[in-house]
Write a protein that binds this ligand. Structure first.
Ligand code: NAP
Length: 289
């Protein structure tokens, strides 16, 4: 664990070693924000922290923590509190995706998804509320997904965890408004965040492929939206079109469209499976969000 500039405000980002979290970390650093970055032990986190320190001249603390583990959220809070850092922006980004029929997914995957996507986001938000309240204004960005809005086959558990994030964030926003804590939920569509996800994104149909973005495109839109106090941030024109269609079309037509889209997306493609295992050892099913 390394520390710089302990008296200043810090932005806490979970799942910051790669993918969207890494892009958010670099975007925040480019805006002169000091950072506390969290990811799994053994990740690229410390080298990312050094890279950001060298190139952006901001304070960066990196903490390796498995947020699926009992007590890890409390440990994270205690470590940050003991260093006398002030968190004024909290970004709950860490999340585990998954694409596949419910009956084919492992108990272990579903447990981890719910622990990380739902429980860790809830506990970290609760633990840091008092610290955030002590700021004149503060921000929470929770990372949901376009899957927050739709009942997508092959994304039952993941979609449900992201619907939780959506409703949790919108409700928390109402409660915390009086404390000048601005809560936003970011709902990206598919992003090319790692090799397995990128390959899986390519197996979608033409329309779904049009909506795919890079995390480096999403991150500035996310931070702009957060600092402007937007309740829901949906990056990308195509994703916003999907939301309008969702409001206009009858349920049956929507089921047909989402059903045929998800049918094409194939997590059983042998190269996707191989890359999932290489990208995340021991967790071959965790690739897509
Ligand atoms: N990719 C998409 O298409 C997409 C679409 C919509 C929404 N999202 C959401 O965006 C967020 C980021 O997704 P991503 O695709 O960027 O993910 P990613 O590339 O798989 O990166 C996940 C990050 O979370 C960390 N992480 C994983 N398990 C953890 C744990 N138990 N404890 C602490 N950190 C952990 C990883 O650390 P290590 O490097 O140590 O593994 C990594 O930094 C997620 O909430 C996801 O649901 C993604």
């Amino acid at each position: 664990m390394k520390m710089n500039n302990p008296k200043s405000n810090y932005t806490l980002i979970t799942g910051a070693s790669e993918g969207l979290g890494k892009a958010l970390a670099i975007e925040c650093a480019s805006r002169r924000m000091n950072l506390v970055l969290v990811a799994l032990p053994g990740s690229e986190l410390h080298s990312l922290a050094s890279f950001i320190r060298r190139n952006y001249f901001v304070g960066v603390l990196s903490i390796e923590k498995d947020l699926c583990r009992d007590e890890s959220c409390r440990e994270l809070f205690n470590e940050i509190s003991s260093l006398d850092l002030n968190i004024n922006i909290l970004i709950n980004n860490a999340g585990i995706g998954g694409t596949g029929l419910f009956e084919n997914g492992s108990i272990d995957l579903y447990e981890k998804q719910i622990r990380l996507n739902v429980l860790a986001t809830t506990l970290i938000s609760r633990l840091f509320i008092d610290m955030l309240k002590r700021n004149r204004s503060a921000y929470i960005l929770n990372v949901g997904s376009m899957a927050s809005f739709f009942c997508l086959p092959k994304k039952q558990v993941y979609g449900a965890t992201k619907s939780f994030i959506y409703f949790f964030s919108k409700t928390l926003r109402r409660e915390l408004k009086q404390n000048n804590i601005h809560v936003s939920v970011l709902c990206p569509g598919g992003m090319n965040t790692n090799p397995a996800v990128t390959l899986l994104n390519k197996t979608g149909n033409y329309i779904s492929r049009l909506s795919i973005m890079n995390p480096e495109e999403v991150a500035p839109l996310a931070i702009d939206g957060l600092l402007k106090g937007k309740p829901v941030i949906v990056p990308g024109r195509m994703n916003r079109v999907f939301l309008v269609l969702d409001k206009m079309l009858p349920e049956k037509i929507k089921d047909l469209l989402t059903g045929s889209t998800m049918k094409k997306i194939n997590p059983d493609h042998s190269l996707v499976r191989y890359l999932s295992v290489v990208a995340e050892p021991g967790s071959g099913e965790q690739a897509i969000a």
